[in-house]
Structures are given as structure tokens and as C-alpha cells.
Design a protein around this ligand. Structure first.
Ligand code: MD3
Ligand code: FE
Length: 204
């Protein structure tokens, strides 16, 4: 359903089997040769989420994309798996957008993890100007998410993101402020969890 122009939520986009398959893929990637880690951001604070970027790496110190993790261990970002890419392309198309994702940021939330309200504006001017969407896929525990307007001052509206839900934000909604205010522990479907993986697919 369309929440706002350019902001589309498809609940249960992934069935139980697909959720389990993507969960396992995320879990295995997180513990793989290029592991998930906790980024330190500008100012020196550690983020409360675990992160693993696929395709390209988001540098938490420079807020820019690069091939290797120069803010952490200099390892190259693992490639974006073909089944991840397909998921993002299909979900964007369903919301009426064309997306050629070149990276995915995989975030892992534990019970205490949060994501402060922010804008995603580290992609190229062309990508942002064209309103190329971000596709978000939620797996595991439910999150309370908030989405606002194009300035920090505007009010936010809460939204629950459950396992299997896909949120597409493009066009006029691409630069909306948003964040994760809490994780509901123990809400993951059987076979998933603990915690929550969120995948955000982007065209840099
Ligand atoms: C609405 N992640 O990785 S995804 C992020 O649930 C991020 O992990 C959150 O914000 C999470 O940057 C939210 C949903 C999302 C992403 C980008 C948006 C919603 C958005 C951009 C504009 C409006
Ligand atoms: Fe974001």
C-alpha cells in the first residue's frame, strides 16, 4: 500500500520460506570471511547495529562509498548475491520504480540497537535527483520505525516493520527523515531471530 507518494509498504512480500532463506544467507554472510562489524562514526561513537555492506562499502567516517573497508579492515566488500539483487529489482518494479542496485547495506539489530533519525543522501547527485528508490527488506524481529518529512522539524509517523515486509522509498519520498526507535524482542517468526536483519538496496 502507498503511504505517501513514493513511499510504498508491501507487508509479507516474502513468504515464510523466502524469509528463512534470506535470513540464513544474511547470517552466513555476517559470519563469513568478510564479517559484519560495528562501525565507528564521525565523532568516535560506535553504532549500535552490526553492519555488512555488499557490492560497495559505506564508510562511516567519510559517509561515502568505496570498494574496500578503509575505515575498518581494508577488506573488499563482498559481492551482492544475485538473489539479493533480483529481490530488490522486483520489489522496486512492483512499486513502479526502476532500480539497478549496486550495493546493499545489511544492518543487524539486537534488542538494544537503534538507528537515529537521519536522511540517506550519500548516493550520487544523479541517483538522488532522479528519485531512484531505496528498497528495504525486514527479517526477524519487528521494528518500530519512524518516517518524517524532508526537514528534521516535521513530525514523524510510526510504522511497524515485520519480517517479510518490504518498504520502497523513492521519488518525492527519497530524502525523508527516518529512523528505528525500537526492536520488539521475541517477535521473529519460527526459524528466524534472535534480532533483526534489515537490507537496504541502493543505487549509488
Ligand atoms: C524512508 N535503515 O540503513 S530501512 C538505513 O530499518 C536505515 O534498518 C532502517 O535507515 C532500518 O539507512 C530503515 C527503511 C528506510 C530506508 C531509507 C529511507 C526508509 C526510508 C529513505 C527515505 C524514507
Ligand atoms: Fe536510512
Amino acid at each position: 500500500m502507498q503511504l505517501e507518494p513514493g513511499l510504498d509498504l508491501v507487508q509479507n512480500y516474502l513468504d515464510a520460506d523466502e524469509q528463512r532463506r534470506f535470513w540464513v544467507a544474511c547470517r552466513d554472510l555476517a559470519a563469513g570471511a568478510v564479517p559484519m562489524y560495528r562501525p565507528t562514526v564521525r565523532g568516535g561513537k560506535k553504532m549500535s547495529v552490526g553492519m555488512l555492506c555488499l557490492g560497495r562499502h559505506w564508510n562511516a567516517l567519510t559517509y561515502s562509498y568505496e570498494p574496500t573497508r578503509t575505515d575498518f579492515d581494508n577488506l573488499a566488500a563482498p559481492p551482492l548475491p544475485p538473489e539479493f539483487e533480483r529481490l530488490a529489482i522486483d520489489a522496486a518494479a512492483r512499486a513502479g520504480f526502476s532500480l539497478r542496485p549496486d550495493l546493499c547495506i545489511m544492518n543487524y539489530y539486537e534488542e538494544e540497537s537503534r538507528m537515529g533519525v537521519h536522511q540517506d543522501k550519500d548516493e550520487s547527485r544523479e541517483s538522488l535527483a532522479a528519485g531512484v528508490p531505496i528498497v528495504s527488506v525486514s527479517l526477524g524481529d519487528t521494528a518500530r520505525f519512524v518516517v518524517g518529512g524532508l526537514t528534521r522539524r516535521e513530525p514523524t509517523r510510526p510504522l511497524m516493520l515485520s519480517s517479510g515486509d518490504v518498504l520502497v522509498m523513492g521519488g518525492p519520498s527519497r530524502l525523508r527523515f527516518h529512523g528505528v526507535t525500537r526492536i520488539l524482542p521475541g517477535t521473529a517468526p519460527a526459524g528466524l531471530g534472535p534480532g533483526r536483519f534489515n537490507l537496504t538496496f541502493r543505487q549509488a
